[in-house]
Structures are given as structure tokens and as C-alpha cells.
Design a protein around this ligand. Structure first.
Ligand SMILES: [Zn+2]
Length: 288
């Protein structure tokens, strides 16, 4: 117990239990001496008395202390859920074509419906949206690295150019050729706004978003698009970006995912919010 107490902030853990905080699931389990069971922090069952509670870093430690898993919140499933999401994310990263929901659910070991809900809870976006984000990054990298657009089409895993151009048109804010030529002839407006996961760069041409990224700023943008005109987007753009950020649905607990996955999912969610038709009268129409 002394060892456990050193690793878990007990006051914080008890607060999470009282709040049934799902984001605490997987960080520790709650052992209840009076019933002999252990729970996820978010267990919906009636709260035990504080003096009967002992916190353990994981299910194995709770079992070693002689406790049984709660049948209601199934604390042992947290690790299984994390593994399921990790498998799906690996499949998305490795697959040439974005995998179907059925394929992702299959490697995760869950039904498509259950997997879809679990993924959304963990990342805030659907598996399809996350897969789109991964593929879009691949397109950007291929355009920067390959000798021409045709080579980039295949390097990004597209079987034919038609689909590539359709996707690129929606996502790059400029033609693939212009992107590859460092934004030649483009006018790019940018801003940075704070988010729950750190400051985020928004950059757009008159055609749409051309770059959305954490840990980037004006210098990165100029390096990426050395031949474009780059200007700060002003208060209007900040307002628009901040509104998109505020509308992003954050992960609601569920299995833990890496920061990189959380950020990629957040970028995609912010992009989707930006793409929603603006409320009448708020459209920003001063782009070239
Ligand atoms: Zn429970």
C-alpha cells in the first residue's frame, strides 16, 4: 500500500471517483475493502465510504490485494479497450488505403458499432475522420518529398489520380502543384489560437484551410510555403478559428491514446468545424 500511495495522489483520485471522471479510467482502480471488489474510477455504482477505499495503480495490483473486478464497470476492460484502439490506429497508419469500419473493428476485436463508439469516446472523432486526417498528412508529406504530383499520388497510397485530386482540392487550400511549388502565387492568412492541447496554427487561402497544426507558427508556414504571400489573418480570423476550436468535442474519457493521436484527431475536428457553413452574416469574404 505504501508503494501505491506514492504513485497515486489519493486526494485527486478520490475527487475523480466522486466525480465519476471517465478520464481517470485506466490511471488507477478503486479497491473497496467492505465488498472485496475493485472498480474503475468512473463506476456508476454507489460510492463506498472513503475509509473503505484503497487505490491501486492497476487491476493486477488490486487482484494481488485479494480483490475481484466489479461486474458493473468491468475495470479489466480498460486495458483491452486501449489495446483495441491502439490496434486500429496502427492499422490506419500502415494501410495503403483507409481501412473500412469493419476492417478496423475486426482488428480491434469488437463489433463495428461498439468500436465506433469507443473510438469516438477516446479521440473525439470517428475512425473515418481520423483515417482521413492520417491520409491527408501523407498527401502533404508526399507533395513535399516527391519529384512531381504524379509521384505523390502513388506515394500517398492513391490508386488513381482522380480521387487524389478530389481529396487534395478539399484539403490543401490550393492545387497540389501550387502546394508542391511552395505555395507559388498563393495568398495565405494565418493565426494561432490556444486550445486544450496547446496553441494551434490555422492557415488558409481564399479556397480554404491549407495548414492546421500544433507547434507551428508563422516561421514554419513561411518555410513550408516560401513562394506564397503570408499575412496574419487579423481579429476576424482569430475569432473564426477560436469558434471552431471551442466547438470541438473533446474525448469523453474512454481508452487513453497518445498525445500525437489526440492532436491529430483534434486537428481534424477543428477542420470539420471550420468547414461548417458559417452563420449568416459572419462569412469572411475578404480573401482574394
Ligand atoms: Zn464498479
Amino acid at each position: 500500500m505504501i508503494e501505491d500511495a506514492m504513485r497515486i495522489d489519493e486526494a485527486e483520485a478520490w475527487r475523480a471517483v466522486r466525480a465519476r471522471d471517465r478520464t481517470a479510467d485506466g490511471r488507477f482502480v478503486t479497491g473497496v475493502l467492505s465488498t472485496g471488489i475493485y472498480c474503475r474510477p468512473s463506476c456508476a455504482a454507489r460510492h463506498p465510504r472513503r475509509e473503505n477505499v484503497r487505490f491501486h495503480p492497476d487491476p493486477a495490483a488490486a487482484r494481488a490485494a485479494g480483490l475481484r473486478p466489479c461486474l458493473r464497470c468491468r475495470p479489466d476492460d480498460v486495458a483491452a479497450d486501449e489495446l483495441a484502439i491502439a490496434r486500429a490506429i496502427a492499422l490506419i497508419a500502415e494501410a495503403e488505403m483507409p481501412p473500412s469500419l469493419t476492417e478496423m473493428a475486426e482488428v480491434a476485436g469488437y463489433s463495428p458499432h461498439h468500436f465506433h463508439r469507443l473510438f469516438r469516446r477516446a479521440t473525439g472523432v470517428t475512425p473515418a475522420a481520423y483515417a482521413r486526417a492520417v491520409r491527408a498528412r501523407r498527401v502533404e508529406q508526399a507533395l513535399a518529398a516527391e519529384p512531381d504530383v504524379t509521384a505523390a499520388v502513388y506515394a500517398a497510397g492513391y490508386a488513381a489520380p482522380a480521387r487524389f485530386y478530389a481529396d487534395a482540392d478539399r484539403r490543401l487550400g490550393m492545387t497540389p502543384g501550387a502546394w508542391r511549388r511552395g505555395g507559388q502565387g498563393e495568398m495565405i492568412r494565418w493565426c494561432r489560437v490556444p486550445t486544450a492541447l496547446g496553441a494551434m496554427l490555422f492557415a488558409a487561402t481564399g479556397r480554404g484551410v491549407c495548414r492546421l497544426a500544433f507547434d507551428e507558427g508563422e516561421d514554419d508556414l513561411r518555410r513550408r510555403f516560401p513562394l506564397a504571400r503570408v499575412e496574419h489573418g487579423g481579429a476576424d480570423m482569430v475569432t473564426q478559428a477560436a469558434r471552431a476550436v471551442a466547438a470541438v468535442r473533446m474525448p469523453a474519457g474512454g481508452p487513453a491514446v497518445s498525445d500525437a493521436v489526440r492532436r491529430a484527431a483534434f486537428e481534424e475536428a477543428a477542420r470539420m468545424e471550420l468547414a461548417r457553413p458559417p452563420i449568416a452574416g459572419e462569412a469572411d469574404r475578404d480573401a482574394a
